[in-house]
Design a protein around this ligand. Structure first.
Ligand code: PMP
Length: 400
C-alpha cells in the first residue's frame, strides 16, 4: 500500500494525542512580544523562536512593513521574472550585497528556497558536491536535484573533507564544498578556518549557509565566516530573513559576477511569487539595525552565556560551548515528550526535536535565545529545567 510508509508517523501522532500533547504545530493564539505569547491557552516565555535579535517586534520594522503595505499593497502576485520585481526587492539586493561587501546578491522568497535553489543549480552533472553530513534538509533536497555526484564528509571534520578532496584528484577543482555557520539543532559552530584552509589547498568552491549565524556572529553580524576571518575564501553565502531579521525570505550573495546569470537558472527563484513588499521593507530595516546596533549581538551573547551556564551547572547534557541554540540531549522519546509538556506547564515553550531532524539518534529539547529575553526570563527558563530535575523527569547524566 502506498500509505504504509506513513503508519509510524500516524502511530506517533496517535500516541501524542493520547497523552494530550501537541509539540509539533502547537497553536500560538497570541503573540505578546518577541519573547512572550499565549500558546494553547497558556502564557509562555518563547524559548524556541530563532528570533535571535528580537527584531520581529521592533517598532521601526513594524512601521516599515505597514508603510510598504500602504504603498505597494499586500502582495506582488507574481514571480520576480514576471511582475514581482519591485524597487523594494532590488533595493534589498543592493543592501544585502553591501552588507556582505560584495557586488552580487539574489533575494528569494524563503531561506529554504534560497539554499535549496543554489545547491540544486551551482553544481551539475559532471561536478562533485562535498557536503557536511549534518547539513540542513534544504541543502540535502537541493543537492539531490543537482545531478552532481554527492559525497558526504563527517560533520565538521576538515580532515575527512581533505581526504575526500585528495581522492578526487583533478576533479577537486570542480567541487562545491558545503558547510553551515552555526548548525541549527545543536548550535555548534563549523570549523570554517580549517575548512577554508582545505579549500585553499585542494581547490573547489566554498558555499556557507549562515542561516543561524547571520546577525549572531562576526564584527558586523555577517556570520561565522566573518568571525573566523575567512570570508575571502567563501564563494557563496546563503542565509535567511526568518531568524535574526525577524521576517521571512532568503538570500545568496557572492563576489562572483556569474551570479547574475545563475539567477535565471534557479527554478526556486523563477517559478515562485516574490516576497510581499511588507516583508522586504521590514527586512531592509532589520538589516540596517543589525549593522548599526552591534549591542544587540552583545546582549544576545550575554543571554546565551546565562542560559548555557545555568543548564550546564545543573549537569544537563548541553553542547560543548555556549551558543544561541542551546540543546538538551535526551535518549528516550517518551521522556522527552513528558519534559516538553512539563516545560509548557511551567510556562516555557521550547522546540521538541526528534530524529531525523536531530542529527543523531538523540531527542532534543531545543532552546533558542533572543537578545530580547530579559535576564529574568532566562532565569525562569533555567528554573523550569530545574523543575524537571526535581520532578525526576530529567537527570544530569544523559550523554550528549
Ligand atoms: N538553512 C538552514 C541551516 C536552516 O536551519 C533553515 C531553517 N531552519 C533554512 C536554511 C531555511 O530557512 P527558512 O526557514 O527561512 O526558509
Amino acid at each position: 500500500m502506498m500509505f504504509d510508509k506513513f503508519k509510524p508517523m500516524a502511530d506517533f501522532q496517535a500516541e501524542l494525542a493520547e497523552r494530550s500533547v501537541e509539540p509539533f504545530g502547537a497553536i500560538t493564539e497570541k503573540i505578546l512580544s518577541a519573547t512572550e505569547g499565549v500558546v494553547q491557552g497558556r502564557n509562555v516565555i518563547l524559548a524556541g523562536t530563532n528570533n535571535y535579535l528580537g527584531l520581529s517586534f521592533d517598532p521601526r520594522c513594524i512601521k516599515a512593513a505597514q508603510d510598504a503595505t500602504a504603498l505597494w499593497g499586500t502582495g506582488t502576485t507574481g514571480s520576480r521574472l514576471a511582475n514581482g520585481s519591485f524597487a523594494e526587492h532590488q533595493a534589498l539586493e543592493t543592501e544585502i550585497a553591501q552588507f556582505y561587501g560584495v557586488d552580487n546578491a539574489i533575494v528569494f522568497s524563503t531561506g529554504y528556497t534560497a539554499t535549496m535553489g543554489m545547491c540544486a543549480t551551482l553544481a551539475g552533472p559532471g561536478d562533485v558536491i562535498l557536503l557536511d553530513a549534518d547539513s540542513h534538509a534544504s541543502i540535502y533536497t537541493g543537492v539531490k536535484l543537482s545531478g552532481a555526484e554527492i559525497i558526504r564528509f563527517k560533520h565538521s571534520d576538515p580532515e575527512d573533507l581533505a581526504k575526500r578532496l585528495r581522492r578526487l584528484g583533478d576533479r577537486a577543482h570542480q567541487t562545491l564544498i558545503i558547510a553551515e555557520g552555526i548548525y541549527s539543532m545543536l548550535g555548534d559552530v563549523a570549523p570554517l578556518q580549517e575548512i577554508a584552509a582545505v579549500k585553499r589547498e585542494y581547490g573547489g568552491y566554498l558555499f556557507v549557509d549562515e542561516a543561524h549565524s547571520m546577525g549572531v556572529m562576526g564584527a558586523t553580524g555577517r556570520g561565522a565566516a566573518q568571525a573566523a576571518g575567512v570570508e575571502a575564501d567563501v564563494d557563496f553565502f546563503c542565509g535567511t530573513f526568518s531568524k535574526s531579521l525577524g521576517a521571512i525570505g532568503g538570500f545568496c550573495v557572492s563576489r562572483h559576477a556569474e551570479l547574475a546569470a545563475i539567477r535565471f537558472c534557479i527554478n526556486s527563484y523563477i517559478f515562485t511569487a516574490s516576497s510581499s513588499p511588507s516583508v522586504i521593507a521590514s527586512t531592509r530595516e532589520a538589516l540596517r539595525i543589525t549593522a548599526a546596533e552591534p549591542e544587540l549581538q552583545a546582549k544576545l551573547w550575554d543571554n546565551c552565556n546565562r542560559l548555557y551556564q545555568g543548564l550546564k551547572s545543573m549537569g544537563l547534557p548541553v553542547g560543548p560551548t555556549a551558543s544561541p541554540v542551546v540543546a538538551v540531549a535526551m535518549e528516550d522519546r517518551s521522556r522527552t515528550i513528558d519534559c516538553w509538556k512539563a516545560l509548557m506547564e511551567a510556562g516555557v515553550y521550547v522546540n521538541l526535536v526528534i530524529p531525523p531532524a536531530s542529527p543523531s539518534t538523540n531527542f532534543l529539547l531545543r532552546n533558542s535565545v533572543s537578545a530580547a529575553h530579559t535576564s529574568a526570563q532566562i532565569d525562569a527558563i533555567i528554573a523550569a529545567y530545574a523543575g524537571l530535575k526535581s520532578a525526576g523527569l530529567i537527570t544530569g547524566t544523559q550523554a550528549h
